[in-house]
Design a protein around this ligand. Structure first.
Ligand code: ATP
Ligand code: MG
Ligand code: MG
Ligand code: MG
Length: 487
């Protein structure tokens, strides 16, 4: 008698509604007015002007709200937050996921955020207190920030957490930043130890648990937004203090439904069933096929919602990210599930039905989205088989792919360089990426000389035009096939 995912989402919204939060809709996955961000990577993105003090709160029908609650669809395949290499290999990182959040815009702060998080998890949802851990920020010299003693005290005062379960971590984990610049602050996270009783140690403190254990999962991040990171790296104090929380919806569903993997929840079950039907396989029967099925089930969500939110597959920027994700899914289907005809678009109706009441934007455009996916996969399937043959010829007798060959795979067969690299890795061969880049540049020059407008199909540089930061490198596909990493 586990709760459905729909009920769990509703529980979250209702819990905070009772605490005077206004339920608000998710923003699209592609931020319309923020060229510094490729995709919405957290719930806080749409509220950036409020955190920066440009707006006093959330405006609705002439009223200003200081507390809101929502479920934001997020995509993390690029920039500071890039989880692509984990997707399908572990069981709890997705390209697109829902982030449940409660928000205080200059209203309540750490005390209420901590108290309510505990109340929902333990009192309402009945999670075992003994399995929960809270992490706090240990401070940072470079930024001149001290240990977050306040949060440590509040966890002790406001909850009945085992004090040994309050752990300090550095800024990589406990200082949340949206990107290179912008609103940020120390955070306090809730992790859950899902190891069987007999595996759980009885030593105190950090010894109790290894946070890198795949059965120890982060579920909720409570961010205390106090600063604005400047382009020169310094922190500027914001005029007000805000609360920004993000809970991984698919993860909490897995926990509350007693599943070991997000893919075993009712969120992914309909997709995996449909993929199984299309490929005539059963999820769980074969490790290699299972990875492909998880990747496909995951990727259709990112691809469909991107298109519904106005980002169609294309040659540059956001569109190229979508194209790469789609082609990656198609290749997995071809290679591991023997799916040689268009199949990906057939998942769109399954997904749109599932999300009709949650994110209606997909259901409203399902025919359009399905068509875009179908024509995109059809065009890739026209060359995929031949491209794979060429790749096999290339790697038959030598253990590397030259820049020229990678360019041909790209230019003639539509293989993004990441796909070539992924296949090379599977086969244990190298790719001359520099040589490839040179040829891309030459092509660009030729096109310019001939007066044609040319878009670079695979240079990572193009993506910078929408991310606006030199830090941005799309490396996500590189390690996708290290199957050894399955947890
Ligand atoms: P992780 O350490 O697991 O990568 P994170 O610290 O990067 O997570 P946050 O930025 O703190 O994540 O985001 C808030 C919450 O969103 C996390 O606590 C987690 O539950 C969830 N989350 C983050 N990334 C993903 C993802 N790729 N897929 C599903 N859920 C995610
Ligand atoms: Mg992460
Ligand atoms: Mg984390
Ligand atoms: Mg986190």
């Amino acid at each position: 008698s586990h709760k459905s995912s729909a009920q769990i989402r509703q529980d979250f919204l209702d819990f905070f509604k009772e605490k005077e939060h206004l339920p608000v809709p998710s923003a699209p996955v592609a931020p319309k007015d923020d060229p510094t961000l490729l995709f919405t990577n957290a719930g806080m993105n749409q509220f950036k002007p409020i955190f920066l003090g440009e707006q006093s709160g959330y405006k609705k029908e002439g009223e200003t709200w200081k507390r809101v609650v929502d479920s934001q669809r997020c995509i993390r395949v690029s920039g500071k937050h890039n989880d692509l290499e984990e997707v399908g290999h572990d069981t709890y990182h997705h390209t697109l996921f829902e982030m449940l959040g409660n928000w205080s815009f200059g209203d309540y702060f750490k005390r209420e955020a901590i108290r309510w998080a505990w109340e929902l998890l333990v009192d309402v949802w009945g999670l075992e207190a003994d399995r929960l851990y809270a992490t706090v920020f240990e401070g940072d010299e470079e930024d001149g920030l001290p240990v977050d003693e306040e949060s440590i005290e509040l966890w002790k005062e406001e909850t009945d957490i085992n004090p040994d379960h309050i752990l300090k971590f550095d800024k990589t984990d406990n200082f949340w930043e949206m990107g290179e610049t912008g609103p940020c602050g120390p955070c306090s996270e809730v992790h859950i130890d899902l190891r069987p009783e007999k595996e759980r140690a009885k030593k105190p403190g950090a010894e109790l648990v290894n946070m890198d254990d795949p059965k120890v999962m982060e579920i909720w991040n409570l961010v205390f937004i106090q600063f604005n990171r400047q382009p020169d790296g310094t922190l500027e104090k914001l005029p007000a203090q805000h609360v920004d929380t993000g809970m991984g919806f698919e993860r909490i569903c897995a926990v509350l439904q007693g599943k070991r993997s997000n893919y075993d929840t009712d969120l992914f079950e309909p997709l995996l069933t449909k993929i199984g039907e299309l490929a005539n396989v059963q999820y769980g029967d074969d490790g290699q096929a299972d990875i492909a099925m998880r990747v496909i089930a995951d990727h259709i969500r990112a691809v469909s919602f991107s298109i519904a939110d106005g980002v169609s597959p294309g040659n540059e920027g956001r569109g190229f990210v979508v194209r790469r994700i789609l082609r990656r899914a198609i290749r997995y289907g071809w290679d591991r599930l023997n799916l040689k005809e268009p199949f990906f678009h057939k998942l769109v109706p399954v997904l749109s039905k599932q999300f009709a009441d949650v994110f209606p934007v997909l259901d409203q455009q399902k025919a359009y989205v399905k068509n875009v996916v179908r024509s995109e996969e059809q065009s890739f399937l026209n060359t995929l088989g031949q491209g794979i043959e060429l790749f096999e010829d290339i790697t038959e007798e030598k253990d590397f792919v030259t820049g020229e060959e990678a360019f041909k795979l790209h230019d003639t067969y539509g293989f993004p360089i990441d796909l070539t690299k992924l296949m090379a890795r599977e086969r244990g061969v190298e790719v001359d990426e520099e040589g490839f880049e040179e040829r891309m540049q030459e092509q660009k020059k030729r096109a310019r000389a001939s007066g044609k407008f040319n878009v670079d199909q695979s240079s990572q540089k193009d993506w910078i035009t929408v991310t606006d930061t030199d830090e941005f490198i799309f490396t996500g596909y590189d390690e996708l096939t290290s199957e050894a990493r399955i947890k």
